[in-house]
Ligand binder design. Structure first.
Ligand code: HEM
Ligand code: HEM
Length: 184
């Protein structure tokens, strides 16, 4: 029962964290009509919460595997997942040191912004890809182990959730590219 909870909570934490909150954190600078310093703080705090949820979500998946005697790190999903969370942590630490505390010189900060934007978007798109593989794996397990029907309502729910996740949140990078949406 406990291990069932652990493997169910993994997708929930990863989706709420990396995909939904991460997407919102990325568009903070464009979406909120606030002062730049306040937007920076919101961006930083939201990404910190995302990182914590991501780490807890991955620990839940590992704990479930260990307690159920399942091997760790055998799938492409798990390899990409560890890559994504590691890049996310590096991006957060870099952003914190460069733009918040102690903060780089003005010219260094200006040179770093395009890299912060580019790598932030790359990590986000990688997270979307990893989540898609997670949905695929979850449904395949449910179909082969739990007898879920291939065209049944549960299969449709999983696939449509995956489509909504991908299509809706892949619009976030587009929003960031639209200069007319920028609020400074
Ligand atoms: C970007 C978000 C995600 C990341 C970074 C991530 C990361 C990981 C990692 C590192 C593991 C390996 C655990 C181990 O080897 O013990 C794992 C396992 C798993 N994840 Fe995710 N995950 C994400 C989203 C999802 C989603 C959305 C689902 C399903 C709807 C999902 C389903 C699974 C399943 C079924 C496993 C166990 C099988 C396996 O190890 O491949 N994940 N995940
Ligand atoms: C994993 C964590 C992070 C990710 C994925 C990320 C991602 C992004 C993205 C996508 C942008 C582009 C936003 C836009 O064009 O409107 C951006 C901009 C920025 N981020 Fe981050 N970020 C992270 C952490 C941080 C941290 C901790 C700071 C520290 C304060 C920070 C400071 C900034 C700044 C100053 C900008 C430039 C805003 C501008 O003037 O256009 N980021 N980040």
């Amino acid at each position: 029962m406990y291990s069932f909870f652990l493997i169910q909570i993994h997708p929930v934490l990863m989706l709420i964290g990396l995909i939904i909150m991460g997407g919102e954190a990325n568009i903070t600078y464009k979406a909120l009509p606030l002062k730049k310093e306040i937007k920076k703080l919101i961006h930083l705090i939201l990404h910190a919460i995302v990182l914590i949820l991501g780490i807890v979500g991955i620990c839940a998946a590992f704990k479930n595997h260990n307690e159920s005697g399942i091997a760790n790190m055998y799938s492409l999903h798990s390899w990409l997942g560890i890559g994504v969370i590691s890049l996310y942590a590096i991006q957060w630490i870099f952003g914190f040191v460069m733009f918040f505390y102690p903060g780089g010189s003005e010219s260094l900060r200006n040179q770093s912004i395009p890299w912060q934007v580019l790598f932030g978007l790359i990590v986000y798109v990688l997270a979307l890809g990893t989540a898609s593989l997670g949905f695929l794996e979850k449904l395949t397990f449910m179909e082969s182990l739990a007898g879920v029907a291939k065209y049944g309502s549960e299969a449709l729910i999983v696939n449509f959730t995956a489509i909504v996740t991908r299509e809706y949140y892949s619009l976030a990078p587009l929003v960031l590219e639209r200069q007319c949406l920028r609020r400074l």
